[in-house]
Ligand binder design. Sequence first.
Ligand code: UDP
Length: 341
Amino acid sequence: MHILVTGGAGYIGSHVVKQLLEDTDNTVTILDNLSTGHDETIKSLEDIFTDNKRGNRSFNFIQADLADFVNIDKIFSENDFDALIHFAASIVVPESVENPLKYYMNNTVNTTNIINMCVKHGVAKMIFSSTAAVYGDAKEIPVKETTAKAPINPYGWSKLMSEQVITDTCNAHDNFDAVILRYFNVAGADTQNRIGQSFPNATHLIKVAAQTALGSRDKMSLFGEDYETKDGTCERDYIHVDDLASAHLKALVYLEKEDKVSPDIFNVGYGHGFSVAEVINTMKEVSGVDFQVDKEPRRMGDPAILISDNSKTKKVLHWEPKFDDIKLICQTALAWEKSIS
Ligand code: UDP
């Protein structure tokens, strides 16, 4: 297959491309505007492609912006894509609260356009990056795919609205199938330290803790100690990026095998969680640095607990995680941070 990966120069996208190049025979084209993705990531992926050369498949990179609808149409006309894996999106919850239109434009509007391109140009398979943020303050823990969806921030809404566009399009078009993956809290990096999360102004907990351990920040904040959780700090289901990536390869096999997927939705997490305080302590332990943590009030838009029920993903996609180890997640995040700082 020829697979188009939008946002393939970014954090999760690059790990999926790495696995596609290492573990499959597919041709891959990355489309990325490099707003948060990186040139160096493309170079690392080119090296991985060279090390894994087989058949006459190719690996291509197109620098383009999804908001440029005319250009996207041209790219679809000039290529014969069989499947789309759509990562390109804005992903920072607090930013989405301050600048919701950025999220509705980059996430919902651009996703709608690229689905339109798939239908117009006969690209029959799509994998979509969704998020546990669609559940908001989840009505049940662990969260099932059928648990009520009630986002509490524009980021979650922008993804849920995209899910609706995908669902309606799958239902209306026989030759358009999709898998929606709802990600829990992704962290860590390639265990060989070739790629990782390079976004400089990251706000995500494990990345921030790694930067603080390495001294590129003097201190970090812990947002909220008065939640109804085991130690008062928020709990999340942290999943290693390579386990999240492998769920995409399984979803691709599923889309190839099934006649009609209209669409099917899967949680991707480990099914258990850690509190913010536990994660910070793990980072202190693996780095050997007792860095400064300031206790701050709750951050806007944060639900208390998000933990997945991943039984459907394991059963239907035959997905088996390999890196369910919070220490390994923190160690690989730290090693990557060291290599880029
Ligand atoms: N968090 C924190 N300090 C930070 C970053 C995050 O205390 O510097 C907390 C945040 O308030 C939330 C949890 O860590 O409770 C996970 O946040 P993150 O931004 O990593 O992921 P999210 O769940 O928002 O997607």
